[in-house]
Design a protein around this ligand. Structure first.
Ligand SMILES: O=P(O)(O)OC[C@H]1O[C@](O)(CO)[C@@H](O)[C@@H]1O
Length: 430
């Protein structure tokens, strides 16, 4: 994996960063790296996440899921970091096992999925670090009833990935469900390289050891200089550009297999860095598709965006047939991969020509190893950015208000936040 910073330099984009500024920033990167390494060595909350390539035990994950013979599908019931990491992996990789995610409480979507499944051959993985997340618990109760209605012994098809305490731990203990622990000190958005992200991948037959090997390769590159670490290079320039007004970051992979990765990145970046009035808003985009929609804004709208372009150097390809159709001859004999690469490079140059900074991230391939590299590098980049911005990267207090309001509205307790809902101003236009 490599990160190309060329198009964030002010020699490429008038609103970029000078090489001198990056050199000055590198001194702060060294100090931040030292802080990160001390946090890792001490197993401090959050920093522990960057130890996962070495602390996660893939054999224990395989052992826990080995009891489920040959499932047709695996349904992960979880939300946020308890679903997005696993989904990033299983959506990116091919498998004979269908991987589904119930990470919302849209009744029509839940019903549509359950109606589509052969529940007798489906494995359900209920994932929640806290064991209290309303959406996850509600969906679990619905799935359990659907299995019972289908004459399936739900306890025989369900395992739990949760913390040491909470409702899910109690449920696992009560029904003697197989369970996997959620690692201590690892916030959900940083947990993909643990039981949380790897169990579904293992059930789908993916090489979770290779995911960890790729992650370990990027862990080994962490250093006291941004010029020696792709992860730190990305985190440092993202921070530097945010300091220069690039308050949005469009994650734009040129690979359908990485579309869910952009959703995972959005949680990682937003929930970690959106603190104290600071942060860099992650936008989800997909190349080449969003050249025909959002690129207009990225290139000619407000000068407030970094565009992160991601591609794989190697991929399967499809030839474009020769044609004598007027105007199409230039496509014939080429390939879709050639066209995708041309679009990638044209978009990159188009942004630079309009003085809009972009970073190029290139994986060797979108396989287990490449995904491990990418995921770990983005996590380390995020941790570095948080150190440079002096925010508390590993907490998310702002999400709790809404949780209390929703719980109050459902009669789950007496919360003043629920009262505030009733005070909503109204100006209805029909
Ligand atoms: O794994 P849990 O505890 O159900 O939390 C799910 C998600 O909800 C959050 O806690 C935010 O509410 C995320 O940080 C987390 O990934």
């Amino acid at each position: 994996m490599q990160v190309d910073l060329g198009n964030v330099l002010d020699t490429a984009s008038a609103h970029g960063v000078s090489r001198e500024a990056l050199d000055r920033l590198d001194g702060r990167v060294a100090a931040a790296h030292d802080r990160i390494e001390r946090g890792r060595e001490a197993g401090e909350h959050g920093y522990e996440s960057l130890n996962l390539p070495n602390s996660t035990d893939p054999a224990a994950i395989r052992d826990a899921v080995s009891r489920f013979d040959d499932p047709s599908a695996v349904v992960t019931v979880g939300i946020g970091g308890s679903a997005l990491g696993a989904a990033t992996l299983t959506d990116a990789l091919e498998s004979d096992v269908d991987a589904h995610y119930l990470d919302n409480v849209d009744p029509e979507a839940v019903e549509r999925l359950l109606d589509s499944l052969d529940l007798a051959s489906t494995v359900v993985n209920v994932v929640s670090r806290s064991g209290t997340t309303a959406e996850t618990l509600a969906n679990f109760l619905v799935v359990r009833e659907a299995m019972a209605d289908a004459g399936v012994d739900w306890a025989d098809r369900t395992f739990v990935t949760t913390g040491e305490e909470g409702n899910l731990r109690d449920l696992a203990d009560k029904h003697d469900l197989p369970s996997l622990p959620v690692p201590d000190g690892v916030p959900g958005r940083f947990s993909v390289l643990s039981t949380v992200g790897l169990a579904a991948a293992a059930l789908c037959g993916h090489d979770i050891e290779a995911v960890l090997e790729g992650a370990a390769a990027q862990e080994a590159r962490l250093s006291d200089s941004l010029f020696d670490s792709p992860a730190y290079a990305y985190g440092a320039v993202s921070y530097a550009l945010a300091e220069r007004g690039m308050h949005q970051n469009a994650m734009m992979p040129y690979a359908e297999s990485l579309e869910t990765f952009s959703e995972w990145f959005a949680q990682l970046w937003a929930e970690s860095l959106g603190k104290d009035g600071l942060g860099q808003t992650p936008l989800r985009a997909l190349g080449a598709t969003d050249q025909h929609s959002q690129l207009q804004l990225y290139r000619a709208g407000p000068r407030d965006k970094l565009v992160t372009l991601v591609r794989a150097a190697e991929r399967e390809d499809v030839a474009i047939p020769e044609t004598d159709l007027d105007g199409l001859a230039y496509l014939g004999g080429s390939s879709l991969g050639d066209l995708l690469d041309a679009e990638f490079e044209a978009t990159e140059a188009s942004l630079a020509a309009a003085d809009r900074p972009s970073v190029r991230i290139e994986l060797d391939r979108v396989d287990e190893y490449g995904l491990g590299e990418l995921l770990y590098a983005m996590e380390a980049a995020c941790v570095l950015y948080g150190e440079l911005a002096s925010v508390d990267t590993f907490v998310q207090p702002a999400v709790e208000w809404g949780k209390r309001a929703a719980r109050g509205l459902l009669g789950g307790g007496d919360f003043e936040e629920a009262d505030a809902v009733a005070d909503k101003e109204e100006l209805v236009v029909e």
